[in-house]
Design a protein around this ligand. Structure first.
Ligand code: ATP
Ligand code: MG
Length: 197
């Protein structure tokens, strides 16, 4: 069974994430998609990231009821700093085969892969999938090392020019975020006053 992993800070999860993940799923015939919110940074609440439990709750709300989707606590529950390479290794250790494991990112994230911890090991663990993201030129894929490109599948998706940063900013300014995030995520943000300060 083909398994797709979509990692992210998801602060908050928005329709750009869901669209990229779903398009990857359909394009590659992935049967199960696992969203993996990152854990809290080890240093004190670095970069003002929202607590992992809130980001996890929003990811659950965004994906609830979609039969192919689930959310993993693997990075949230890990005590040490979390790295993609460790997460992939844990999924493989749970019995998933390398040829069935797909790691999905947007283009911005993939273009930074050479800065990730032990990134050289990643192409041996899974197939990489990257979705086009507004603002990031596709031809920059050519700048990635060949051994990465050999394991990389690029997919065109409908372009949705939204980021979590922009949603946090809109929320802080009291601008609407309706239709940018799933309805239950919007309600969660508002009732917990997440991005007010
Ligand atoms: P932030 O602005 O806080 O960095 P973000 O919107 O970039 O948030 P992340 O949690 O950083 O969201 O991203 C998780 C993954 O989702 C990354 O692989 C990123 O490339 C991808 N992604 C995020 N937004 C989009 C989008 N609008 N279209 C395609 N991919 C996206
Ligand atoms: Mg980002």
């Amino acid at each position: 069974m083909k398994i797709g992993i979509m990692g992210g800070t998801f602060d908050p999860i928005h329709y750009g994430h869901l669209l990229a993940a779903e398009e990857a799923r359909i394009n590659l015939g992935i049967e199960r998609l696992i969203f993996v919110p990152t854990g809290d940074p080890p240093y004190k609440r670095g970069n003002n990231i929202t607590p992992a439990e809130d980001r996890y709750a929003m990811t659950l709300l965004a994906t609830a009821g979609v039969i192919e989707y689930s959310v993993s606590r693997i990075e949230i529950d890990r005590k040490e700093p979390t790295h993609t390479v460790d997460t992939l290794r844990e999924f493989l250790a749970s019995g998933i085969k390398t040829e069935d494991l797909y790691f999905i990112t947007g283009l911005d994230a993939m273009l930074s892969i050479t800065s990730w911890f032990e990134y050289e090991k990643i192409p041996d663990l899974c197939t990489l999938v990257t979705a086009r993201r507004p603002g990031y030129p596709v031809d920059e894929i050519e700048t990635l090392p060949k051994f990465i490109r050999d394991k990389l599948k690029y997919i065109e998706i409908p372009q949705f020019a939204i980021s979590s940063t922009e949603i946090r900013e809109r929320s802080r300014l009291g601008k609407g975020i309706r239709f940018l995030v799933p309805h239950l995520v919007e309600i969660y943000i508002e009732s917990n006053k997440l991005y007010k300060i």
